[in-house]
Structures are given as structure tokens and as C-alpha cells.
Design a protein around this ligand. Structure first.
Ligand SMILES: Cc1cc2nc3c(=O)[nH]c(=O)nc-3n(C[C@H](O)[C@H](O)[C@H](O)COP(=O)(O)OP(=O)(O)OC[C@H]3O[C@@H](n4cnc5c(N)ncnc54)[C@H](O)[C@@H]3O)c2cc1C
Length: 482
């Protein structure tokens, strides 16, 4: 019997798994997809928000501001890219300056340090590529950026290293109450567990409804983006928001931790949690709003577009609570923005709930919170490179030319705890295929490596989700030794 079953391996589920791995508990994390971070966690703005957006007194405000404080140490421990570059919210007129003043006051109430409203000239001095029509900006030096899927993968790896079991391709489809807790069907497995933590993101209402009364409904809200080439990666050096709307923080322009540039997202309600396609209308809005702030931005430098879905609930705040009628069943739902920033604190909140229910949790003596990322060959010194190639010649073979990723890195990404099994899984772990050609050159090579290392036929290698097959079979025969 498990102590805890966590449902959903996004940033929230993996943060909870890692936090619980600090205690003497038997924990299992079940994910319906074939990889960690295949839901909203892979498609968002990647901002570690300062914390002035959320209404004071809400769970969002509390978990955001504290989450922001925890990020530097967490990312250092887990060897995940994080940069505290600061953020601006820009205003173009007097009405918007009033919004900045409201946000500043709200932020101060939430406990955000060092907020300042800067005049237009100062803003332009700091970021010369911004529109000269900007009259003022709210500056939050604690705002930052992170690699969101890298963090979720790192949390999962570290949780596994500390004893958590992760099962992929395991959708939870049935939950029954039993005397000691719950009997749960997850893929082919039947899991007996004392506690269930529902972190199923866009599907959290469906998972809740498997056993509890329906008391919240997830409304997916889509945000679309354009991602740009590294040649414009430092077009601005801070996160630049426009004044927020009631449903979102508005279109934002920002560098990414890997030196690309991102503009988006839109905010449109959609009918289903599967509507992650981009649209002409959405991307036109991204362009229009992007150009308002960055009038000379070279939009032709776009390398890809994508969309993510916010898991919105009525009332707007996060739901983090034990369900009254089913003791030991904890919902962590409605985790829209700033869920990425808040995840480390959401995990602490869940531990607190479990501590209260159980009357105390025993800390593990041998918990090891440190995790090392896959070595990035190109960042090594010439001596280190030579040494590594001598040990393993696969580091001498570059597979992804845009991002300079070697075969050694890809093989390492496959054989780690919860290693990559798909083309996008490798992309998210070591960036092979993330560059300007978006895998046009390296995808066949990466597929060959995956097939070889996993002892599969190459036609079994998928792009992302379980049925996203790429190859169906050979088009013509050729001699093996050609
Ligand atoms: C456009 C956009 C921009 C955003 N920008 C930011 C930002 O800049 N900063 C920030 O802090 N936050 C941001 N967010 C919010 C943040 O991305 C989310 O709060 C966070 O990723 C939610 O994580 P999660 O783990 O709850 O959900 P998910 O990542 O969706 O994970 C849920 C997991 O549960 C799995 N699952 C579902 N049903 C089942 C089942 N039955 N059985 C097993 N597994 C199941 C799913 O496959 C999925 O992997 C943004 C969100 C969007 C959409």
C-alpha cells in the first residue's frame, strides 16, 4: 500500500513529489502522458512573477511571492536555468499609469520588495528598443525567467532519486474508497493508497468527479505565442508586460533563459482541454500587441509558434484543500498563472495539509536535494571537452547543429531517471531540435539514437503524445552497406 498517490506530472505534481520525497513516505506519481511536463507546464511564458498581480489575501498572492523567493535556491540545487532579470509593466497613458499605481500598492501589500514606478525616459534609457510612447513603467527587480519543463523534469528526477516511483502512460480512470484509503486504476495498474493528491491540471475537475461531488469546473483559456531566433534574444533584457486585462497579464515580450525571444500570450476561452492549436487570429494579435511595445521588432525572425491552456476556475483563486466528504483526497486545482512560480509553495501547502491529517511526518535522514543536469558539451573548456571525448567518443559527434548538442548528451538524457522517450522529450531535456531549424536536420538522427538506445524499431518513436507517430515504414529498400 502506498502512502500517497499524486495524479499528474506537471510542475505542481513534480514539485509535490519532490517535497514529499523528503519524508518517510511511499509515494507514487501517475501521469497519463508518456513524459513529464506534457501539459500546461510545457507551454507558458516561463516567468517567475514578482507577485504584484494577485489580490492580497488570496492563495495566489501568498504562494507567488514566497515562490519567487524560493526559486534561486531551488534552481541552484536542481541545476535548472533561472535568471532574475526583473520585469516592467509599461503604461502608454494616464489611465494605465493609474493601473501601475494600483499594482504597486497591491504588490507592496503582498510583500513584493523594491517596486518602483519609473518615468518614460528612465525606462527607455534602460531598454532603448521599447516604444518611445511609453510614459512610465512599474519596475519589479525580483521578476525572473526559468526553464519550466526543465524544472519539472529536474524535480521528477530528484524525487525518483529520493525514492518516489513515477509511472507514465498511466491515466487515472477510476477511484474507489476503501477502508484504509483509496483504490485507484492508473493505466494497467491498480494502486492502493492512503492519500490521493489531484494535480491533473486541465483535467482536475474530471479527476475530482471520479469520486467527489462536482464542485468546480475547469475552463480552459488559451494563450498563443511566437518564439524567435537567438539573434534577437536580447532585444530587451527584462520581462516587459503591458497593462493587464481581467483574464490575463496581457501580452508580454521577454528573453528566454536559453537566449531566444518570446512574445505572447493571447487569452481566449476554448471548449476543450485539447485545443492547443495556434490560430491566425491569435498570432495576428500577438504581432499587433508586440509591435505596440517594440515598434521595430523583426517579426520575420520567428522560428515557431505554440499555445498553452490556463486551467481557470470560477472565483479565480487556486484550490488547495482536502475534500470534506472524502478524507485524504486533496485537490490542487485551478492552478493557472502564476502556478509555475507558485508550485514550490503549493507543494509546501500540500505537505502541511498531510502533516495535519497524519499528525506529523517523519523526515528522511538521507534525502539528497541536489541534482545535476545533463552536461552541455559546448559550455566546457577545451581541456574538459577533450577529456570527455576521450572517456566517451559520443560527445565528439554533434547531432543538433543549431544548438550544438552532441550524441553523448542525448544518450545521457535517455538513460537518466524518467529519461526522454520521445523526440520532444529529448528536445525538452537537452534542446536538440529547439533551434532555428526546429529539428529539420537533427530529428532523424535523434530518432535513430532513441531507437538504438531503447532497442525499438524506429517506426515506434513518436514525436510527443502516445500516438504522434512520425514514420510508418520504409519508402524504398536500400542495401545496408550503402
Ligand atoms: C499561456 C500561459 C502562460 C502562463 N505563464 C505563466 C508564467 O509566466 N508564470 C507562471 O508562474 N505561470 C504561468 N502560467 C501558469 C502555469 O503554466 C501553470 O499554472 C502550471 O504549468 C500548471 O501546472 P500543473 O502541474 O497544474 O498542470 P499541467 O502542467 O497541465 O500538469 C497536469 C498533468 O496532469 C496530467 N493528467 C491529467 N489528467 C490525468 C489523469 N486522469 N491521470 C494521470 N495524469 C493526468 C496531465 O497529462 C498533465 O501532465 C501560464 C499558463 C498559460 C497557459
Amino acid at each position: 500500500m502506498y502512502d500517497v498517490l499524486i495524479i499528474g506530472a506537471g510542475i505542481v505534481g513534480t514539485a509535490i513529489a519532490r517535497e514529499l520525497s523528503k519524508y518517510e513516505l511511499k509515494v507514487i506519481l501517475a501521469e497519463k502522458e508518456n513524459d513529464i511536463a506534457n501539459g500546461t507546464t510545457k507551454a507558458n511564458s516561463a516567468i517567475v512573477h514578482a507577485g504584484y498581480d494577485a489580490l492580497p489575501g488570496t492563495l495566489k498572492a501568498k504562494t507567488n511571492v514566497l515562490g519567487n523567493k524560493l526559486y534561486p535556491k531551488l534552481c541552484e540545487e536542481l541545476d535548472v536555468p533561472f535568471k532574475q532579470i526583473g520585469s516592467f509593466v509599461v503604461a502608454f497613458n494616464e489611465d494605465e499609469v493609474k493601473v501601475l499605481e494600483r499594482l504597486k500598492k497591491q504588490g507592496e501589500e503582498n510583500g513584493v520588495p523594491n517596486l518602483e514606478i519609473l518615468p518614460g525616459e528612465k525606462v527607455l534609457e534602460m531598454e532603448p528598443n521599447l516604444s518611445d510612447k511609453i510614459t512610465a513603467a512599474l519596475y519589479a527587480p525580483t521578476g525572473g525567467i526559468v526553464g519550466p519543463f526543465e524544472l519539472a523534469i529536474a524535480l521528477a528526477e530528484n524525487a525518483v532519486e529520493n525514492g518516489v516511483e513515477v509511472i507514465l502512460n498511466s491515466p487515472v480512470t477510476k477511484i474507489e474508497k476503501i477502508e484504509e484509503g483509496y483504490k485507484v486504476k492508473a493505466g494497467e495498474r491498480e494502486i492502493l493508497t492512503k492519500f490521493v493528491i489531484n494535480c491533473a491540471g486541465l483535467y482536475a475537475d474530471q479527476v475530482n468527479n471520479l469520486i467527489n461531488e462536482e464542485y468546480f469546473k475547469i475552463q480552459p483559456n488559451r494563450g498563443e505565442y511566437n518564439l524567435f531566433d537567438k539573434t534577437v534574444g536580447n532585444y530587451v533584457n527584462k520581462v516587459v508586460f503591458q497593462a493587464p486585462t481581467p483574464v490575463s497579464k496581457g501580452v508580454v515580450c521577454l528573453p528566454t533563459v536559453h537566449g531566444n525571444f518570446l512574445i505572447g500570450p493571447t487569452a481566449d476561452y476554448v471548449d476543450s482541454p485539447q485545443e492547443v492549436q495556434t490560430t491566425g487570429k491569435g498570432l495576428a494579435e500577438v504581432r499587433e500587441k508586440g509591435l505596440k511595445v517594440l515598434p521595430n521588432f523583426p517579426f520575420y525572425k520567428v522560428i515557431t509558434s505554440f499555445a498553452g491552456l490556463r486551467a481557470k476556475v470560477e472565483g479565480g483563486d487556486f484550490i488547495i484543500e482536502e475534500v470534506r466528504e472524502n478524507k485524504g483526497f486533496i485537490n490542487v486545482a485551478g492552478i493557472d498563472s502564476p502556478g509555475l512560480t507558485a508550485a514550490p509553495v503549493i507543494a509546501l501547502e500540500v505537505v502541511e495539509i498531510l502533516r495535519n491529517i497524519t499528525g506529523g511526518l517523519k523526515e528522511k535522514e538521507n534525502f539528497n536535494g541536489k541534482r545535476k543536469a545533463v552536461v552541455h558539451f559546448m559550455e566546457l573548456s577545451p581541456e574538459e571537452k577533450a577529456e570527455l571525448i576521450k572517456k566517451d567518443p559520443k560527445f565528439g559527434r554533434v547531432i543538433c547543429r543549431c544548438e550544438s548538442i552532441t550524441e553523448g548528451e542525448i544518450v545521457n538524457a535517455i538513460h537518466r531517471p524518467v529519461g526522454g522517450r520521445t523526440l520532444d522529450g529529448i528536445k525538452r531535456r537537452v534542446r536538440a531540435g529547439m533551434g532555428r531549424c526546429q529539428g529539420g536536420f537533427c530529428a532523424p538522427r535523434v530518432m535513430e539514437i532513441l531507437a538504438r538506445e531503447l532497442e525499438k524499431d524506429i517506426t515506434e518513436i513518436v514525436k510527443d503524445s502516445p500516438n504522434s507517430y512520425i514514420l510508418t515504414g520504409p519508402t524504398k529498400s536500400r542495401k545496408k552497406d550503402n
